[in-house]
Design a protein around this ligand. Structure first.
Ligand code: NAD
Length: 501
C-alpha cells in the first residue's frame, strides 16, 4: 500500500504556513509512479499577504542591513548548502526523477552562485569622480529594488532558484519564490537554510502554486521585479504581463539546442558528448542537445557510434546505479512518446526506439528510454518542437554554412555547440551563431556563476541574463549623486541649464 502523501506547504516569514489551502496539487515519485506528496496551492489573497510581509521585512530591516551583515549571512548560507547538498539532491531525485549524481551536480552549480554572491561588496562598488565640475563630485550607487519574485520550472528545482535568490538577497531585496508545483520540496529545504543562516524572517518566502499565484505576483504593485524560467509561451506571457504592470522582468524560455559536428571532429568524443548532452536528466534540461547537425560525410559513422553508446545506457530509478531516470509525470512521458510516432510518420528513421528495453525500477514509473532519430528534416515536428525528453534528432548538412543556417533559422537561441579540431571554424562559429551560450567541443556550455546565463530569441524575453554582473544589475537600481559642499564662491543666481566649469 502507498504511504499517505506528505503535505508540502508555503514557507512564510521563516516558518511553515499554518492555514488551510483551498486548492492542492499532487506530487509524485516519477520512478515508482506513487503519489508521495500533496502541495498547497496559494490563492491570490495569500500571495498578497506574503508580499506585504516581505515588503515590511525589506523596508524595516534588510534594505538597511550593512554589506558586512549581508555577506555574513551569505557565507553562512553557502556553508549550510554545502553541508546539506546530499539531502537536497535526494529530495530532487524523489520528486523530479533525475539520477542522484545529476541531482548533486545541480545543487553544486547552484552553490556556485551563492559563492559568487558572497563577493557582493565588490560587485556593488560604485564609481566616484572628484571635481567633475569645480568643487563638484559625482558618484554612483546601486540600491535594492524591494520585493522581487522568482518563478521557477520543474526541471532544476534547486539550481534555477539558486540562479537568482542569492544574488537578490545579497543585493538587499526580499524574495517571494513560486517554484514548480511538480517538485516543490527542494526549494523548501533550501529556503529553511536561509533562516538558519541568519536571514531575517520575511526576507525569503516560498509560495507554492500555479497560474493563480503567478498572476498575483505579476500584477501586485509591490512586486518590483520578476525572474521567470520555464517554457516559451509562459515566459512570453510573464514578460508581457509583468512589464505591463511596471515591473522589470527577465523571462527565460524554452530551447532547441543544436550540436554541429564538422567532418574533422573526433567522432568518438562527439558521440560521447551527444549521448551525455542528449540523454542526461532524460533530456529534461534547457541546455540538452536535441538536434545534432552532422556535416557530411560523417553522419553514418556518427549515428552508428551514438547508437552503440546508447545500447549501454541503463534507464531506471534514479536512486539506483542508472544512467537515466524517468520523465517528470505520466502526462509528460506520454507527450514525449507521441513524438516517436510523429517522427516515424513524417519519414524520419527511428534508429533507437526508447519504448523498447528494460527499466531498472519497481512500480509504474514514468519511463521512456533514450531514442534516436536519423534523417530528420527541419519541417518535422520532432525538430520544430521542444520535446523536452530523451529524443535526439540527427539532421544532415552538406556544409558548415548549411549547418549554421539551420541553427540561426531556429526560433530558439539558448545554447549550441560545435565539435571540430579546426580553431578557425570554431572561431567563425562563435562569431556568426545567433545563440546566447556557445560551446566549442563542450556540449552543454552552462556559464560559470560569475558570467551570466541566458539565451537569445525565443529563449529569453527581457534584456538581463541570470547571475553574474547582469544578475547584480537586474536586482539593483542605479542612482547618481552630484554633490557640492557649499562655500561663498557658489553664490549668485543663474537660471540656465547647469554647465560644467
Ligand atoms: P512551465 O512553463 O510549464 O512552468 C514554469 C513555471 O511557470 C512553473 O512555476 C509553473 O507553475 C508556472 N506556470 C505554468 N503555466 C503557467 C501559466 N499559464 N501562467 C503562469 N504561470 C504558469 O515550464 P516547466 O514545464 O516547469 O519547465 C520546462 C520548461 O522550462 C522547458 O521549456 C525548458 O526549456 C524551460 N527551461 C528553460 C531554462 C532556461 O534557462 N532558458 C531553464 C530551465 C527550464
Amino acid at each position: 500500500m502507498s504511504p499517505t502523501p506528505t503535505r508540502i506547504t508555503h514557507l512564510v516569514a521563516g516558518a511553515p504556513w499554518e492555514g488551510t489551502a483551498q486548492r492542492t496539487g499532487p506530487v509524485y515519485n516519477p520512478a515508482t509512479g506513487e503519489q508521495t506528496g500533496v502541495v498547497d496551492l496559494a490563492s491570490a489573497q495569500l500571495v498578497a499577504e506574503v508580499v506585504a510581509g516581505a515588503r515590511a521585512a525589506w523596508a524595516g530591516e534588510w534594505a538597511q542591513a550593512s554589506l558586512t551583515r549581508r555577506t555574513q549571512v551569505l557565507f553562512r548560507f553557502r556553508e549550510l548548502l554545502n553541508e546539506r547538498k546530499e539531502e537536497i539532491a535526494a529530495l530532487i531525485t524523489a520528486e523530479h526523477g533525475k539520477v542522484l549524481s545529476d541531482a548533486l551536480g545541480e545543487v553544486t552549480r547552484g552553490l556556485e552562485v551563492a559563492e559568487f554572491a558572497c563577493g557582493i561588496p565588490h560587485l556593488l562598488k560604485g564609481g566616484y569622480t572628484e571635481n567633475a565640475s569645480t568643487k563638484v563630485d559625482v558618484y554612483s550607487i546601486r540600491q535594492s529594488l524591494g520585493v522581487v519574485a522568482v518563478v521557477s520550472p520543474f526541471n532544476f528545482p534547486a539550481m534555477v532558484p539558486l540562479w537568482f535568490v542569492p544574488v537578490a538577497v545579497a543585493c538587499g531585496n526580499a524574495v517571494v519564490i513560486k517554484p514548480s508545483e511538480k517538485d516543490p520540496s527542494a526549494v523548501n529545504a533550501v529556503a529553511r537554510l536561509w533562516t538558519e543562516a541568519g536571514l531575517p524572517d520575511g526576507v525569503m518566502n516560498v509560495v507554492h502554486g500555479d497560474k493563480e499565484a503567478v498572476d498575483a505576483l505579476l500584477t501586485h504593485p509591490d512586486v518590483a521585479s520578476v525572474s521567470f524560467v520555464g517554457s516559451t509561451p509562459v515566459a512570453k506571457y510573464v514578460y508581457e504581463t509583468g512589464t505591463a504592470h511596471g515591473k522589470r522582468v527577465q523571462a527565460l524560455g524554452g530551447a532547441k539546442n543544436h550540436m554541429v559536428v564538422l567532418p574533422d571532429a573526433d567522432l568518438d568524443l562527439a558521440a560521447d558528448a551527444a549521448v551525455n548532452a542528449g540523454f542526461g536528466s532524460a533530456g529534461e534540461r534547457c541546455m540538452a542537445i536535441s538536434a545534432l547537425v552532422a556535416v557530411e560525410p560523417v553522419a553514418d559513422e556518427l549515428v552508428a557510434k551514438i547508437a552503440e553508446r546508447m545500447s549501454t545506457l541503463v534507464t531506471g530509478d534514479g536512486t539506483r546505479a542508472c544512467d537515466m531516470g524517468p520523465l517528470v509525470t505520466a502526462q509528460h512521458r506520454d507527450k514525449v512518446a507521441s513524438y516517436l510516432d510523429a517522427g516515424v510518420e513524417a519519414g524520419a528513421t527511428l534508429v533507437v526506439d526508447g519504448r523498447e528495453g528494460e527499466v531498472d525500477a519497481d512500480g509504474e514509473g514514468f519511463f521512456l528510454g533514450p531514442t534516436l532519430f536519423d534523417h530528420v528534416t527541419p519541417q518535422m515536428s520532432v525538430y520544430t518542437d521542444e520535446i523536452f525528453g530523451p529524443v535526439l534528432s540527427v539532421l544532415r548538412a552538406a556544409s558548415y554554412d548549411e549547418a549554421l543556417g539551420l541553427v540561426n533559422a531556429n526560433p530558439y537561441g539558448n545554447g549550441t555547440a560545435i565539435f571540430t579540431n579546426d580553431g578557425g571554424a570554431a572561431r567563425r562559429f562563435q562569431h556568426e551563431v545567433e545563440v546566447g551560450m556557445v560551446g566549442i567541443n563542450v556540449p552543454i556550455p552552462v556559464p560559470m556563476a560569475y558570467y551570466s546565463f541566458g539565451g537569445w530569441k525565443n529563449s529569453l524575453f527581457g534584456d538581463s541574463h541570470a547571475h553574474g554582473t547582469e544578475g547584480v544589475h537586474f536586482f539593483t537600481r542605479g542612482k547618481v549623486v552630484t554633490s557640492r559642499w557649499l562655500d561663498p564662491s557658489h553664490g549668485g543666481l543663474e537660471l540656465g541649464f547647469p554647465r560644467n566649469a
